[in-house]
Design a protein around this ligand. Structure first.
Ligand code: TRP
Length: 330
């Protein structure tokens, strides 16, 4: 009997990953895959991509690209099960069963739902409303109790806890109440001085595949101030964001040096931006090297996915059978 606790996380297949995904989610995954107390499952949430307008050929490509990003960033198929959500039909089956214990009103009140309604008022679909229920199924189908995701996903993890409680109460299942695994980079700020780094905001992010020149050009555009204010660094805005990024990715010495420079009104943002850009590139360069390997070995990627899918399906089947029995369907 497998007594390890499980971890599950996923990233939607909506395009290439950026530094925010890496620091917020993937770093947590890397930490957990080396913890022998855990069995790790990481998927590409390709079904969740259908909840907002998308391009069919892009999705076909991206559901594989996310797996390549995982591998390039250091997720190791010997240690982590890597798979594609849509290839495991049990997720959808469990999501339907779960939808019977969640009210429409509750789903409509989630801040994440309201935000998407604002962004895409013409596309308020059943799939969008059901987004958190499918995500709960993703997590609970493996009885995972730890979920490394960014801060913005907290309302969804809360829905998973609520569904676990309801199912356990109403049907006597034994789902754990999953918790978000927090990482230092759970909130990675935008380069634009406001909000978080986000795929949907042009100019806000650095892609994992950006070269040094591109990184420098993007960081150079980040807003700052005159550097003659002094004292404590600001709590928000362009300068605050640059400091947050430097703290997440640079050395403590460098970070502290610029804090002192700011205090003493002698900060040079061009120097700080140069150092920050170099530090980011240093972190991304090995990932880019590995990516080249996987891009040129599609058969290896294919085998890893097939193997991961098989393992994930075997675990998921057991949970769905158990739930169907308890719900009177078997
Ligand atoms: N909603 C998550 C995001 O946008 C992606 C996701 C789908 C997920 N299913 C999941 C994350 C299950 C963790 C666990 O980031």
């Amino acid at each position: 009997m497998n007594m390890k606790k499980r971890v599950l996380s996923g990233i939607r297949a909506t395009g290439r990953l950026h530094l925010g995904n890496y620091l917020g989610a993937i770093k947590g995954m890397l930490e957990l895959q080396d913890n022998p107390d855990y069995e790790n499952l990481y998927m590409v949430a390709d079904l969740h991509t259908l909840t907002t307008p998308y391009d069919v050929e892009e999705l076909r490509k991206n559901r594989r690209e996310v797996i390549i990003d995982y591998l390039s960033a250091g997720l190791d198929p010997e240690k982590s099960i890597l798979f594609q959500q849509a290839d495991n039909p049990y997720h959808l089956e469990l999501a339907y069963l779960f939808s019977s214990v969640m009210t429409v009103a509750k789903m409509q009140h989630l801040p994440t739902f309201k935000e998407k309604v604002k962004q895409h008022p013409e596309n308020v679909t059943m799939a969008l409303l059901n987004y958190p229920v499918l995500m709960a199924a993703d997590i609970l189908i493996y009885k995972a109790d730890s979920v490394p995701v960014g801060l913005d996903q907290e309302p969804h993890v809360e829905v998973a806890r609520e569904i676990a409680r309801r199912m356990n109460q109403d049907y006597g299942t034994n789902f754990p109440e999953p918790k978000r695994f927090k990482t230092e980079g759970q909130y990675v700020p935008s380069l634009l001085g406001e909000g978080k780094m986000s795929k949907s905001v042009e100019g806000s992010f650095i892609n994992l595949v950006d070269d040094l020149e591109t990184i420098k050009a993007k960081i150079a555009k980040a807003p700052t101030d005159t550097g003659s204010i002094g004292g404590e660094i600001p709590k928000e805005g362009g300068v605050a964001n640059l400091f947050t990024l430097l703290k997440l990715i640079g050395s403590d010495e460098v970070y502290n040096k610029f804090i002192l420079d700011y205090r003493d009104k002698k900060i040079r943002y061009s120097e700080m931006k140069e150092i920050l850009s170099d530090a980011i590139y240093k972190e991304l360069q090995p990932i880019q090297e590995k990516r080249k390997y996987f891009e040129t070995h599609p058969e290896i990627v294919g085998e890893i996915i097939a193997e991961g899918n098989k393992k994930a399906i075997a675990i998921a089947r057991e949970t769905v059978e158990e739930v169907k029995k308890k719900m009177g369907l078997l």
